[in-house]
Design a protein around this ligand. Sequence first.
Ligand SMILES: [Zn+2]
Length: 483
Amino acid sequence: MIDPAGTHMRKVLIASIIFLLGASLLPAQVDLHTVEFQYAGRGVLVPKLGTRIEVIPILALIGAGAEYSRAAGTYVVAYGEKRLQFTPGHKLVMVDGKLLDTMDAPVPSPGGVAASLDFIDRSLLGPLGFRLDPIPQGYRIVPGARFAEPVTVRAAAADFAATTTLVLTLDRAVIAEAESTEDGGIVVHFDDASPRLDPGTLLRSRRVRSLTSNGREILIETGADIGLLNWHNLDDPPRVILELGRVYPTPTPAPARVVERSGPPPIVIDPGHGGKDTGAVARTGLNERDLTMSVARYLSAELRARGHAVRLTREDGEGRALTDRTAIANRLEAKIFVSLHANSSTFSSVKGAETYYMSLDDQATDEAAAATAKLENEAGASSDGRSDLDLILWDLAQASALNESAGLAVAVQTRLNALLDLRDRGVKQAPFVVLTGATMPAILVEVGFLSNPTEASRLGSAEHQQALARAIATGIEAFLSEP
Ligand SMILES: [Zn+2]
């Protein structure tokens, strides 16, 4: 290194030139007192006060109305359906009645109120569904909140013969809308919420390839030719239900649908319990497992004699998980699913037959119905590996058939009441696991109480079992002949 003094002189000279150039160029191009905001092709220069920027011109740019209430000392911003309220000097913003904490407070200014870029982006534009994107001359306001509050999304899918039901369960109520994308995928948009996939989400479906979140929407990649057929929202818990299936015409003629049956759709009878699971046991030694099988055989014979195809979900002595029973009915495309059971009560005086259909909200019609559901849901629990998540999904299958299930339950119970001369026991609703997955009208019939000595001995007789079968068959036929 030689001539250090000369090097220093050159540095000073270069710095001076840059300063002079800067001094002559800067004022014309960059106004240190304003910053440009663009929206939808229009731009405005907004006054700047130190690190804060006037708020009202920015709101005006996107077409949001801002009104100052002198009495309350607050600004009320109206944008479409949204109402946003903030107070100069306070780090709080109220969005549609909900309080948001902010990083810093807006301050009174010559133009009314000024705020930091962060406040404008995160606390004002964000809740209105916008964000700021930096551009060379300032900022562009674009749709899509950057700092939307997260919403956790749990996904589950159930494959049926021709369609897949995909359920996105949200941890809070937000607006979510599904639509098909041009490249054949599906996207779920979230209004003012940032979707995060629950880390526990494990999706198994032959029609869904992947499910991801980009922080603003959920992207669903489907198998070839599979697309969105339909979607809707449900509450409690908030859910987006998507029906996926074949959407594009296939060049070759569609092959015949493969189902495990030939002939007309059967009535599927499910004899409750089975295998090691005996269900309720009477003092006489008669157990529910054997009783339901016996009634199922009589019912099957009765229905066949009336010209119906019938299938049973299990053979004698065979055990089966609760949800597998409806899966069989679904696979066979059954027209009706009837699960047969016998009840038990701590009060030996309780007797009579009851017919249940599914309750979707986990609520039983009364305490006794809840107790019955609890008893039946525990049956074969050890062999049933399904999670709560699966059950949420399965009950959606029955949701579509719920009105028909209620009609079937009434038709069957009416005949049982006539047979048993019953008045008080009747049609009830309870969250039965065995009914949850059925995509067709589905009921659970408790043919009587094994805990009642008189009824137990009656239930043990072939005549009574046949009479029950006839009553149930007549109820089914009455339902089938309804318009
Ligand atoms: Zn049972």
